[in-house]
Ligand binder design. Sequence first.
Ligand code: C2E
Length: 353
Amino acid sequence: MSEDVETTLRSPRAYALARQAVEAMETHKVWPTALNFELWVHYLTSAKDSPLAAQIEGLIDTGEPFTDSVGESLAAQFLPKAKLDGEILEAGENLSKELDSVSRAIEIARETSEAYGQQLAAAGESLDGQDTGAIKEMVETLTQATRKIREENQALEGQLADTTQELARMREHLEQVRRDAMTDALTGLCNRKAFDEALERLAGDAQTKGEPLTLAVLDIDHFKNFNDTWGHQTGDQVIRFVSSVIARSSSGARFAARYGGEEFAIIFPGEPARNAMAVLEAIREEVSSRLLKRRSTNEDLGAITISSGLAERRQNEGTGSLIERADGALYASKRGGRNRTSCADPITTTRAA
Ligand code: C2E
């Protein structure tokens, strides 16, 4: 939490502020989760014209539901802890690089000192039999000094082995933090940040290797109506269900992510649009053929459908343009009546009867 909020929460105003936050959340039908509570406390203590206030008031004005995904997205933008995850990630990567270079430097120093010792010993031997008493004495002294250095180096190596173990533990921990910061908590898929990075990297590889790459964006049809009718918790279960179907279809080099609230994306490295089209159609069919139940009451929720759009990367095309074309194809699917898959180039659509 920011210093302002922290100070307020440790003052006599704290209970009043907490009550105010809970009441405001109840008024606007926001679930009292820890994350939502933190967001609303921040909102109530932030300036009237702060970006967080503008976004929350915008949601209130439009009556848009405050779903878990909306909360997560606001938290990532405005809560210091979520921002911190990004910073930890970066710091972790830098630390790992630093430690690698320190380990390499120590290894080089050790090898140099060993080679130096061997050279001295060889020089001493080559002087044997010659009347060079003073030189031999000097070499002897240097050899002893070198032996001492080697002993010290051995002790250093022992310490280094301990440190290396500690580093491995730290790296493991940082890797876990990194994985968490790249994963969407609701679905276990990669999150938007991971997707942005992967798309840049994989598009760069495709350009270098001259291989195809296809991007697909998927969206659950009429999700807002669904949420309004059945509630956010059931809405979240639907997001989890669609994610699980997407994850099952995205093995190997394919990269699936939750792009936003009810939007997903799949990157198909090395695959042309026609492969991706077949996969998206299989996902669409599997999702729409399942009859879901509301777990709390066992009521039938009926089937849900998804619309998708895909675009195959053109030579030299940037990721912004690729995303725009895939989005355009998604909107073609929506305009065409939903529950269908469209390809950007050329726009063709297929759908079940
Ligand atoms: P989950 O509840 O954690 O379930 C994970 C997986 O366990 C499901 O993957 C499914 O393979 C199995 N499973 C769980 N409950 C049942 C069940 O009652 N019958 C059968 N035959 N299998 C079950 P799946 O199907 O891919 O679903 C992934 C997630 O999607 C579920 O996670 C849940 O969050 C959501 N979901 C799927 N179907 C429904 C549904 O009918 N109603 C609700 N509310 N959520 C659903």
